[in-house]
Write a protein that binds this ligand. Structure first.
Ligand code: GMT
Length: 420
Protein backbone atom coordinates (compact mmCIF):
# COMPACT_ATOMS: atom_id res chain seq x y z
CA UNK A 1 0.00 0.00 0.00
CA UNK A 2 1.23 3.49 -0.75
CA UNK A 3 0.07 6.42 1.32
CA UNK A 4 0.99 10.06 0.78
CA UNK A 5 3.57 10.00 3.56
CA UNK A 6 5.28 7.13 1.78
CA UNK A 7 6.30 9.38 -1.10
CA UNK A 8 9.47 10.50 0.63
CA UNK A 9 10.61 6.90 1.11
CA UNK A 10 9.59 5.68 -2.34
CA UNK A 11 12.41 3.74 -4.06
CA UNK A 12 14.31 5.89 -6.51
CA UNK A 13 12.86 5.92 -10.00
CA UNK A 14 14.84 4.19 -12.73
CA UNK A 15 18.04 6.05 -13.41
CA UNK A 16 17.11 7.06 -16.97
CA UNK A 17 16.33 10.73 -16.24
CA UNK A 18 16.85 12.18 -19.69
CA UNK A 19 14.52 15.11 -20.38
CA UNK A 20 11.19 13.75 -21.57
CA UNK A 21 8.62 15.21 -23.94
CA UNK A 22 5.39 15.00 -21.99
CA UNK A 23 1.81 15.78 -23.04
CA UNK A 24 -0.62 16.39 -20.17
CA UNK A 25 -4.27 15.97 -21.13
CA UNK A 26 -6.84 17.52 -18.82
CA UNK A 27 -10.11 19.36 -18.47
CA UNK A 28 -9.91 23.11 -18.75
CA UNK A 29 -12.82 23.78 -16.45
CA UNK A 30 -12.57 24.68 -12.82
CA UNK A 31 -11.88 21.81 -10.53
CA UNK A 32 -9.17 19.98 -8.67
CA UNK A 33 -8.04 17.76 -11.54
CA UNK A 34 -7.19 20.67 -13.85
CA UNK A 35 -5.45 22.44 -10.95
CA UNK A 36 -3.42 19.29 -10.33
CA UNK A 37 -2.60 18.84 -14.02
CA UNK A 38 -1.55 22.48 -14.49
CA UNK A 39 0.61 22.44 -11.38
CA UNK A 40 2.27 19.16 -12.39
CA UNK A 41 2.93 20.55 -15.88
CA UNK A 42 4.69 23.58 -14.38
CA UNK A 43 6.72 21.44 -12.01
CA UNK A 44 7.87 19.09 -14.79
CA UNK A 45 8.74 21.99 -17.10
CA UNK A 46 10.72 23.55 -14.24
CA UNK A 47 12.64 20.28 -13.93
CA UNK A 48 13.77 20.57 -17.55
CA UNK A 49 11.23 18.41 -19.39
CA UNK A 50 9.42 19.63 -22.50
CA UNK A 51 5.81 19.82 -21.36
CA UNK A 52 2.71 20.35 -23.47
CA UNK A 53 -0.63 21.08 -21.84
CA UNK A 54 -3.39 19.60 -24.01
CA UNK A 55 -6.86 20.99 -23.22
CA UNK A 56 -9.65 23.00 -24.92
CA UNK A 57 -8.43 26.23 -23.27
CA UNK A 58 -5.60 26.85 -20.81
CA UNK A 59 -6.70 25.83 -17.29
CA UNK A 60 -7.30 28.78 -14.97
CA UNK A 61 -4.41 27.72 -12.76
CA UNK A 62 -1.84 27.31 -15.56
CA UNK A 63 0.88 29.81 -14.70
CA UNK A 64 2.03 32.01 -17.55
CA UNK A 65 5.77 32.01 -18.14
CA UNK A 66 6.28 28.61 -16.53
CA UNK A 67 7.67 27.07 -19.71
CA UNK A 68 4.63 24.90 -20.42
CA UNK A 69 3.50 24.92 -24.03
CA UNK A 70 -0.25 24.91 -24.63
CA UNK A 71 -1.93 23.00 -27.48
CA UNK A 72 -5.68 23.54 -27.98
CA UNK A 73 -7.67 20.30 -28.15
CA UNK A 74 -11.33 19.73 -29.03
CA UNK A 75 -13.46 19.38 -25.89
CA UNK A 76 -14.80 15.93 -25.11
CA UNK A 77 -17.08 16.57 -22.15
CA UNK A 78 -16.26 17.57 -18.62
CA UNK A 79 -16.78 16.00 -15.19
CA UNK A 80 -20.45 16.98 -15.36
CA UNK A 81 -21.10 15.55 -18.78
CA UNK A 82 -19.16 12.64 -20.29
CA UNK A 83 -18.22 13.27 -23.91
CA UNK A 84 -19.98 11.47 -26.77
CA UNK A 85 -18.10 8.78 -28.69
CA UNK A 86 -17.57 11.11 -31.66
CA UNK A 87 -16.06 13.75 -29.35
CA UNK A 88 -13.69 11.19 -27.85
CA UNK A 89 -12.66 10.12 -31.38
CA UNK A 90 -12.04 13.74 -32.41
CA UNK A 91 -9.90 14.25 -29.32
CA UNK A 92 -7.96 11.05 -30.07
CA UNK A 93 -7.21 12.28 -33.59
CA UNK A 94 -6.05 15.64 -32.29
CA UNK A 95 -3.87 14.02 -29.63
CA UNK A 96 -2.28 11.71 -32.20
CA UNK A 97 -1.44 14.73 -34.39
CA UNK A 98 0.22 16.53 -31.47
CA UNK A 99 2.17 13.43 -30.41
CA UNK A 100 3.48 13.07 -33.95
CA UNK A 101 4.24 16.76 -34.45
CA UNK A 102 5.82 17.35 -31.04
CA UNK A 103 7.48 13.94 -30.71
CA UNK A 104 5.98 13.13 -27.31
CA UNK A 105 7.35 10.25 -25.20
CA UNK A 106 4.53 10.31 -22.66
CA UNK A 107 0.83 11.10 -22.84
CA UNK A 108 -0.47 11.63 -19.32
CA UNK A 109 -4.28 11.59 -19.22
CA UNK A 110 -6.05 13.07 -16.19
CA UNK A 111 -9.38 11.21 -15.87
CA UNK A 112 -10.08 7.82 -17.41
CA UNK A 113 -13.03 9.24 -19.33
CA UNK A 114 -12.65 10.88 -21.79
CA UNK A 115 -8.91 11.49 -21.59
CA UNK A 116 -7.65 7.98 -20.83
CA UNK A 117 -9.83 6.55 -23.61
CA UNK A 118 -8.72 9.18 -26.12
CA UNK A 119 -5.03 8.86 -25.19
CA UNK A 120 -5.02 5.09 -25.68
CA UNK A 121 -6.81 5.50 -29.02
CA UNK A 122 -4.35 8.21 -30.08
CA UNK A 123 -1.40 5.95 -29.26
CA UNK A 124 -2.90 3.10 -31.25
CA UNK A 125 -3.52 5.36 -34.27
CA UNK A 126 0.22 6.03 -34.57
CA UNK A 127 2.89 3.91 -36.21
CA UNK A 128 4.87 1.78 -33.72
CA UNK A 129 7.96 3.98 -33.70
CA UNK A 130 5.95 7.11 -32.82
CA UNK A 131 3.83 5.70 -30.01
CA UNK A 132 4.09 7.39 -26.63
CA UNK A 133 3.43 5.58 -23.40
CA UNK A 134 0.03 6.41 -21.93
CA UNK A 135 -0.27 7.07 -18.20
CA UNK A 136 -3.79 7.55 -16.84
CA UNK A 137 -4.53 9.23 -13.51
CA UNK A 138 -7.88 8.53 -11.87
CA UNK A 139 -9.33 11.53 -10.06
CA UNK A 140 -12.74 10.61 -8.74
CA UNK A 141 -16.16 10.56 -10.29
CA UNK A 142 -15.16 8.46 -13.27
CA UNK A 143 -14.80 5.65 -10.70
CA UNK A 144 -17.39 6.63 -8.09
CA UNK A 145 -20.18 7.85 -10.43
CA UNK A 146 -19.62 7.39 -14.20
CA UNK A 147 -18.74 3.71 -13.83
CA UNK A 148 -22.29 3.02 -12.61
CA UNK A 149 -23.16 2.91 -16.33
CA UNK A 150 -22.04 -0.57 -17.48
CA UNK A 151 -21.06 0.59 -21.00
CA UNK A 152 -19.03 3.45 -19.57
CA UNK A 153 -17.41 1.12 -17.04
CA UNK A 154 -16.46 -1.35 -19.77
CA UNK A 155 -14.87 1.29 -21.99
CA UNK A 156 -12.96 2.82 -19.07
CA UNK A 157 -11.77 -0.60 -17.91
CA UNK A 158 -10.45 -1.35 -21.39
CA UNK A 159 -8.63 1.99 -21.50
CA UNK A 160 -7.11 1.46 -18.07
CA UNK A 161 -5.87 -2.03 -18.91
CA UNK A 162 -4.45 -0.68 -22.17
CA UNK A 163 -2.69 2.21 -20.42
CA UNK A 164 1.03 1.79 -19.79
CA UNK A 165 0.66 3.08 -16.25
CA UNK A 166 -2.30 3.89 -14.01
CA UNK A 167 -2.36 5.98 -10.86
CA UNK A 168 -5.03 7.14 -8.41
CA UNK A 169 -4.93 10.17 -6.15
CA UNK A 170 -5.73 8.34 -2.89
CA UNK A 171 -5.80 4.91 -1.33
CA UNK A 172 -9.59 5.16 -1.24
CA UNK A 173 -9.72 5.71 -5.01
CA UNK A 174 -7.16 3.00 -5.79
CA UNK A 175 -9.22 0.48 -3.81
CA UNK A 176 -12.45 1.66 -5.45
CA UNK A 177 -10.90 1.36 -8.94
CA UNK A 178 -9.67 -2.16 -8.23
CA UNK A 179 -13.10 -3.30 -7.16
CA UNK A 180 -15.19 -1.32 -9.68
CA UNK A 181 -13.06 -2.14 -12.75
CA UNK A 182 -11.74 -5.57 -11.64
CA UNK A 183 -8.23 -4.40 -12.36
CA UNK A 184 -4.91 -4.47 -10.51
CA UNK A 185 -4.67 -1.75 -7.86
CA UNK A 186 -3.35 1.53 -9.36
CA UNK A 187 -0.25 3.22 -7.98
CA UNK A 188 -1.25 5.91 -5.46
CA UNK A 189 0.25 9.32 -6.18
CA UNK A 190 -1.43 12.06 -4.13
CA UNK A 191 -2.08 15.54 -5.41
CA UNK A 192 0.42 18.28 -4.62
CA UNK A 193 -0.24 21.72 -3.25
CA UNK A 194 1.76 24.74 -4.25
CA UNK A 195 -0.33 27.71 -5.29
CA UNK A 196 -1.42 28.68 -1.82
CA UNK A 197 1.96 28.09 -0.25
CA UNK A 198 3.53 30.45 -2.73
CA UNK A 199 0.71 32.85 -3.67
CA UNK A 200 1.71 36.47 -3.07
CA UNK A 201 -1.86 37.49 -2.22
CA UNK A 202 -2.91 39.78 -5.02
CA UNK A 203 -6.60 40.67 -5.06
CA UNK A 204 -9.20 39.11 -2.83
CA UNK A 205 -10.91 40.57 0.20
CA UNK A 206 -9.47 43.44 2.19
CA UNK A 207 -8.06 42.44 5.59
CA UNK A 208 -10.83 41.72 8.13
CA UNK A 209 -10.79 44.22 11.05
CA UNK A 210 -11.01 42.68 14.52
CA UNK A 211 -14.62 42.08 15.52
CA UNK A 212 -15.85 41.75 11.97
CA UNK A 213 -17.96 38.75 11.06
CA UNK A 214 -16.08 35.44 10.86
CA UNK A 215 -15.58 34.08 7.38
CA UNK A 216 -16.65 30.56 6.49
CA UNK A 217 -15.22 29.69 3.09
CA UNK A 218 -16.46 27.13 0.60
CA UNK A 219 -14.43 26.40 -2.55
CA UNK A 220 -15.86 24.05 -5.16
CA UNK A 221 -17.40 23.52 -8.56
CA UNK A 222 -20.84 23.79 -6.91
CA UNK A 223 -21.91 20.41 -8.24
CA UNK A 224 -24.55 18.49 -6.27
CA UNK A 225 -21.84 16.08 -5.03
CA UNK A 226 -20.28 19.00 -3.13
CA UNK A 227 -23.48 19.56 -1.10
CA UNK A 228 -22.68 23.28 -1.04
CA UNK A 229 -26.26 23.95 0.07
CA UNK A 230 -25.29 22.37 3.42
CA UNK A 231 -22.84 25.26 3.86
CA UNK A 232 -25.80 27.67 3.96
CA UNK A 233 -27.49 25.59 6.66
CA UNK A 234 -24.22 25.58 8.63
CA UNK A 235 -23.94 29.36 8.14
CA UNK A 236 -27.44 29.85 9.57
CA UNK A 237 -26.71 27.67 12.62
CA UNK A 238 -23.30 29.22 13.37
CA UNK A 239 -24.66 32.71 12.83
CA UNK A 240 -27.03 32.22 15.76
CA UNK A 241 -24.00 31.93 18.08
CA UNK A 242 -21.53 34.35 16.50
CA UNK A 243 -21.78 36.67 13.51
CA UNK A 244 -20.31 35.13 10.39
CA UNK A 245 -20.68 35.06 6.66
CA UNK A 246 -20.22 32.46 3.97
CA UNK A 247 -17.88 33.23 1.10
CA UNK A 248 -18.26 30.91 -1.88
CA UNK A 249 -15.40 30.63 -4.39
CA UNK A 250 -16.25 28.80 -7.61
CA UNK A 251 -19.08 28.46 -10.08
CA UNK A 252 -21.49 25.69 -10.87
CA UNK A 253 -25.02 24.38 -11.15
CA UNK A 254 -25.96 24.69 -7.46
CA UNK A 255 -25.32 28.46 -7.21
CA UNK A 256 -29.02 29.33 -7.42
CA UNK A 257 -29.95 26.64 -4.90
CA UNK A 258 -27.53 28.26 -2.45
CA UNK A 259 -29.17 31.66 -3.00
CA UNK A 260 -32.65 30.21 -2.46
CA UNK A 261 -31.59 28.38 0.70
CA UNK A 262 -29.99 31.56 2.04
CA UNK A 263 -33.26 33.47 1.51
CA UNK A 264 -35.24 30.65 3.12
CA UNK A 265 -32.99 30.64 6.19
CA UNK A 266 -32.81 34.42 6.33
CA UNK A 267 -29.04 34.65 5.84
CA UNK A 268 -29.00 36.04 2.28
CA UNK A 269 -27.06 39.10 3.45
CA UNK A 270 -24.34 36.85 4.84
CA UNK A 271 -23.82 34.92 1.61
CA UNK A 272 -21.22 36.23 -0.82
CA UNK A 273 -20.10 34.75 -4.15
CA UNK A 274 -16.55 35.42 -5.33
CA UNK A 275 -16.95 33.51 -8.62
CA UNK A 276 -14.21 31.53 -10.30
CA UNK A 277 -10.68 32.66 -9.58
CA UNK A 278 -7.14 31.42 -9.98
CA UNK A 279 -6.19 33.19 -6.75
CA UNK A 280 -7.86 31.02 -4.13
CA UNK A 281 -4.97 31.82 -1.80
CA UNK A 282 -6.08 35.41 -1.23
CA UNK A 283 -9.52 34.19 -0.12
CA UNK A 284 -8.06 31.48 2.07
CA UNK A 285 -5.99 34.07 3.87
CA UNK A 286 -9.21 35.86 4.88
CA UNK A 287 -10.97 32.69 5.99
CA UNK A 288 -11.48 31.36 9.49
CA UNK A 289 -12.64 27.94 8.31
CA UNK A 290 -13.10 25.94 5.13
CA UNK A 291 -16.39 24.05 4.81
CA UNK A 292 -16.35 20.93 2.63
CA UNK A 293 -19.54 18.94 3.34
CA UNK A 294 -19.29 16.80 0.16
CA UNK A 295 -21.20 13.58 -0.39
CA UNK A 296 -18.05 12.11 -1.95
CA UNK A 297 -14.42 13.20 -2.32
CA UNK A 298 -11.72 10.97 -3.71
CA UNK A 299 -9.12 13.43 -2.41
CA UNK A 300 -10.33 16.96 -1.61
CA UNK A 301 -7.99 19.52 -3.19
CA UNK A 302 -9.90 22.38 -1.58
CA UNK A 303 -9.16 20.91 1.86
CA UNK A 304 -5.48 20.48 1.04
CA UNK A 305 -5.22 24.08 -0.16
CA UNK A 306 -6.89 25.26 3.05
CA UNK A 307 -4.42 23.20 5.08
CA UNK A 308 -1.51 24.72 3.14
CA UNK A 309 -2.84 28.16 4.04
CA UNK A 310 -3.24 27.25 7.72
CA UNK A 311 -7.05 27.22 7.62
CA UNK A 312 -8.88 24.49 9.63
CA UNK A 313 -11.32 22.31 7.71
CA UNK A 314 -14.82 21.24 8.70
CA UNK A 315 -16.22 18.65 6.36
CA UNK A 316 -17.63 15.21 5.81
CA UNK A 317 -15.99 11.92 6.70
CA UNK A 318 -15.87 10.50 3.18
CA UNK A 319 -13.58 8.74 0.72
CA UNK A 320 -10.05 10.06 0.37
CA UNK A 321 -10.80 13.23 2.33
CA UNK A 322 -10.10 11.32 5.56
CA UNK A 323 -6.58 10.55 4.27
CA UNK A 324 -5.85 14.21 3.56
CA UNK A 325 -7.65 16.31 6.18
CA UNK A 326 -6.84 14.41 9.37
CA UNK A 327 -9.79 14.44 11.75
CA UNK A 328 -8.89 15.89 15.15
CA UNK A 329 -5.54 17.15 13.85
CA UNK A 330 -6.25 19.79 11.22
CA UNK A 331 -9.91 19.08 10.50
CA UNK A 332 -13.22 18.05 12.02
CA UNK A 333 -14.99 15.47 9.88
CA UNK A 334 -18.63 14.51 10.47
CA UNK A 335 -21.06 12.18 8.70
CA UNK A 336 -22.40 13.39 5.35
CA UNK A 337 -25.40 15.69 5.88
CA UNK A 338 -24.76 16.23 9.61
CA UNK A 339 -25.06 20.01 9.34
CA UNK A 340 -25.76 20.39 13.07
CA UNK A 341 -22.56 18.50 13.89
CA UNK A 342 -20.58 20.54 11.38
CA UNK A 343 -22.00 23.79 12.76
CA UNK A 344 -21.07 22.66 16.29
CA UNK A 345 -17.52 21.79 15.17
CA UNK A 346 -17.26 25.16 13.40
CA UNK A 347 -18.36 26.99 16.56
CA UNK A 348 -15.86 25.08 18.70
CA UNK A 349 -13.04 26.15 16.40
CA UNK A 350 -14.26 29.74 15.99
CA UNK A 351 -14.70 30.19 19.74
CA UNK A 352 -11.32 28.72 20.64
CA UNK A 353 -8.57 30.62 18.77
CA UNK A 354 -5.83 28.46 20.27
CA UNK A 355 -7.48 25.29 18.99
CA UNK A 356 -7.99 26.87 15.57
CA UNK A 357 -4.35 28.00 15.45
CA UNK A 358 -3.16 24.50 16.41
CA UNK A 359 -5.30 22.97 13.63
CA UNK A 360 -4.00 25.56 11.16
CA UNK A 361 -0.38 24.90 12.04
CA UNK A 362 -0.86 21.14 11.84
CA UNK A 363 -2.47 21.53 8.41
CA UNK A 364 0.46 23.55 7.12
CA UNK A 365 2.94 21.00 8.46
CA UNK A 366 1.08 18.10 6.85
CA UNK A 367 0.70 19.93 3.52
CA UNK A 368 4.42 20.70 3.35
CA UNK A 369 5.56 17.27 4.50
CA UNK A 370 3.29 15.04 2.45
CA UNK A 371 2.17 16.97 -0.61
CA UNK A 372 5.26 18.83 -1.81
CA UNK A 373 5.08 19.46 -5.59
CA UNK A 374 8.65 18.29 -6.25
CA UNK A 375 8.09 14.94 -4.51
CA UNK A 376 4.80 14.39 -6.33
CA UNK A 377 6.35 15.29 -9.71
CA UNK A 378 9.16 12.87 -8.93
CA UNK A 379 6.65 10.11 -8.23
CA UNK A 380 5.05 10.73 -11.65
CA UNK A 381 8.47 10.75 -13.32
CA UNK A 382 9.11 7.38 -11.68
CA UNK A 383 5.83 6.07 -13.09
CA UNK A 384 6.66 7.43 -16.56
CA UNK A 385 10.12 5.84 -16.40
CA UNK A 386 8.73 2.46 -15.34
CA UNK A 387 6.11 2.61 -18.12
CA UNK A 388 8.76 3.56 -20.69
CA UNK A 389 11.01 0.75 -19.44
CA UNK A 390 8.19 -1.78 -19.58
CA UNK A 391 7.19 -0.64 -23.07
CA UNK A 392 10.76 -0.96 -24.30
CA UNK A 393 11.06 -4.43 -22.78
CA UNK A 394 7.69 -5.41 -24.27
CA UNK A 395 9.03 -4.61 -27.72
CA UNK A 396 12.07 -6.81 -27.14
CA UNK A 397 10.85 -9.59 -24.87
CA UNK A 398 8.68 -12.59 -25.67
CA UNK A 399 6.04 -11.65 -23.07
CA UNK A 400 5.05 -8.53 -25.04
CA UNK A 401 3.06 -8.32 -28.21
CA UNK A 402 6.04 -6.63 -29.81
CA UNK A 403 4.04 -3.74 -31.21
CA UNK A 404 1.94 -2.68 -28.26
CA UNK A 405 3.69 -0.76 -25.52
CA UNK A 406 1.02 -1.65 -22.95
CA UNK A 407 1.89 -5.33 -22.86
CA UNK A 408 3.26 -4.72 -19.35
CA UNK A 409 1.13 -1.97 -17.83
CA UNK A 410 2.43 -0.50 -14.58
CA UNK A 411 -0.17 -0.63 -11.84
CA UNK A 412 1.88 -1.17 -8.72
CA UNK A 413 4.97 0.34 -7.15
CA UNK A 414 6.83 -2.89 -7.85
CA UNK A 415 8.48 -4.08 -11.02
CA UNK A 416 5.87 -4.35 -13.74
CA UNK A 417 5.05 -7.89 -14.71
CA UNK A 418 3.60 -9.69 -17.71
CA UNK A 419 -0.08 -10.06 -16.93
CA UNK A 420 -1.51 -11.04 -20.22
O1 GMT B 1 -14.67 14.15 -10.48
C1 GMT B 1 -14.95 15.26 -9.99
O2 GMT B 1 -15.79 15.42 -9.13
C2 GMT B 1 -14.20 16.46 -10.42
C3 GMT B 1 -12.79 16.36 -10.03
C4 GMT B 1 -12.10 17.61 -10.47
O3 GMT B 1 -11.81 17.71 -11.65
O4 GMT B 1 -11.85 18.43 -9.60
O5 GMT B 1 -12.66 16.19 -8.63
C5 GMT B 1 -12.02 15.02 -8.28
O6 GMT B 1 -10.62 15.20 -8.47
C6 GMT B 1 -9.99 16.09 -7.56
C7 GMT B 1 -8.51 16.18 -7.90
O7 GMT B 1 -7.89 14.94 -7.78
C8 GMT B 1 -10.22 15.65 -6.11
O8 GMT B 1 -9.62 16.56 -5.21
C9 GMT B 1 -11.71 15.56 -5.82
O9 GMT B 1 -11.89 15.01 -4.52
C10 GMT B 1 -12.39 14.67 -6.84
N1 GMT B 1 -13.87 14.79 -6.69
C11 GMT B 1 -14.61 13.81 -6.21
O10 GMT B 1 -14.17 12.73 -5.87
C12 GMT B 1 -16.07 14.09 -6.09
Amino acid sequence: MCCPSALAGRPAAPTDRRPLRIGIVCFAALGGSSTVAASLAGQLAGAGHAVFLLAPVPPLRLQAGGGVRFRAMPGAGHPLRPGAATEVDALAQALAAVVAADGLDVLHAHYAHPHGLAAVRARDLLPVGQRPVVVTTLHGTEVTALAADPAMAASMRAALLASDGVSAVSDFLADAARSVFHMPRPVVIPNAVDAVLRAPGAGGLPPRPAGQRRVLLHVSTLRPVKRAVDCVAILALVNRRLPCRLLVVGEGPDADALRREAVRLDVADQLCFAGATADVGSFLRQADLLLLPSASESFGMAALEAMAAGVPVVGSRVGGLVEVALDGVCARLLPVGDVAGMAQAACELLLDPRLAAAYGQAGRRIARARYAPAAVADAYLGLYARALGAAARARGLPCGSGDHPAANPVFTDHQPRCHR
